[in-house]
Design a protein around this ligand. Structure first.
Ligand code: ZN
Length: 350
């Protein structure tokens, strides 16, 4: 029984995705980082200041709260779950793709509150998602990389997931579940951003009740993730940009975002909170990293790998599920590949 509950703590799944609709709907302008301090919330800032202040990253306890799991136990649990994921999913072993995504992630981890080392792998799954298990076992779906337009968008989603681990949301939520005496936790087929894209590629079973973080944990991860992005040098507004874009895709193909979303109401306060965080707590910098030529190269390479695999699949086992190729998800993205000869990172000036 104990083991069952342990297994049930697989978490890290990014339900921040569930509110992208309101994210996008409320974001008219992404240029939120103006140093306008007219509405400085001095009063409510006093107590929680440390958690809101990116200068305090690493010097604070963002994981405070009841937790039955020691860090060691959490890592052991995450490792066990990660092995299960790797048995069921296909890990991309291309060294260039793997190394790049790992490097982007480790860079954010270094600028986070995380106290555990991270293992970062890319898994074959078209859904636009990433998920980090307790203890720092982090999986990035190929769909996320292929749908991101630049490195900062990828980094934003990764930073959000790293924040869940840093704040130990998984084991804290598991602790709450145990306190509430949940003995059986049904498994759910995990399809990332709930059906955007095709799910059979790398579906795995993860425990349902902990697939969903509480709203408080999600906004916590939003806030921390924005700080980690910012501290790493990325434009935090890219996080919001990404939501907008995914929402536009969803509009074109209505109903693509399904089950998980319907059970998870989207809240306007969350997007507003993210914007407020950027405005009030992340002092605008003259420039941010938005993209690198390396991102474009890796994305193109990954698209090629994916296409090759799809061709192989078709000519191979006829019983294998066929992947449908969406327009625009192919190898060449003119907009992105343009800058290939430019080796410098793209900087956005404000
Ligand atoms: Zn999340």
């Amino acid at each position: 029984m104990r083991r069952l509950l342990g297994l049930a703590t697989i978490v890290g799944f990014s339900l921040f995705t569930s509110s992208f609709r309101s994210f996008a709907a409320d974001t008219k302008s992404t240029d939120q980082a103006t140093p306008d301090s007219t509405q400085k919330p001095d009063k409510d800032k006093k107590k929680k200041n440390k958690n809101k202040d990116p200068d305090e990253i690493g010097n604070r306890e963002v994981d405070r709260g009841p937790n039955f799991y020691s860090l060691e136990k959490e890592i052991a649990l995450g490792k066990q779950l990660a092995q299960e994921v790797e048995r069921q999913a296909k890990v991309i072993d291309d060294p260039i793709v793997a190394e790049y995504v790992n490097r982007v992630g480790q860079n954010i981890v270094r600028n986070s509150d995380a106290k555990v080392p991270f293992t970062i792998k890319v898994v074959e799954d078209e859904s636009i998602n990433a998920f980090a298990l307790p203890g720092g076992f982090f999986f990035v779906n190929t769909g996320l990389i292929l749908k991101a337009d630049n490195e900062a968008e990828l980094a934003g989603v990764m930073a959000h997931e790293i924040a869940h681990v840093a704040a130990r949301h998984g084991t804290r939520q598991a602790t709450k579940a145990e306190l509430a005496n949940y003995m059986t936790i049904p498994l759910i087929f995990m399809g990332g951003w709930a059906g955007y894209g095709i799910r059979q590629a790398a579906g795995f079973l993860v425990p349902m009740s902990l697939l969903k973080f509480s709203r408080a944990y999600e906004s916590d991860a939003d806030m921390l993730g924005l700080q980690y992005m910012y501290k790493t040098g990325y434009d935090p507004a890219s996080f919001v940009d990404f939501f907008e874009k995914i929402q536009a895709l969803e509009k074109k193909k209505h109903g693509a975002v399904a089950e998980l979303f319907s059970s998870h109401p989207m809240t306007d306060d969350r997007i507003q909170a993210a914007q407020k965080n950027i405005q009030n707590n992340l002092e605008a910098r003259p420039e941010y990293v938005v993209n690198t030529s390396e991102f474009n190269e890796v994305k193109n390479r990954l698209a090629m790998i994916e296409n090759r695999r799809k061709v192989d699949d078709k000519s191979g086992d006829p019983n294998k599920p066929q992947l449908r190729k969406k327009p625009g998800s192919g190898t060449s993205d003119d907009k992105d590949s343009k800058g290939d000869d430019d080796e410098r990172p793209t900087l956005k000036r404000r």
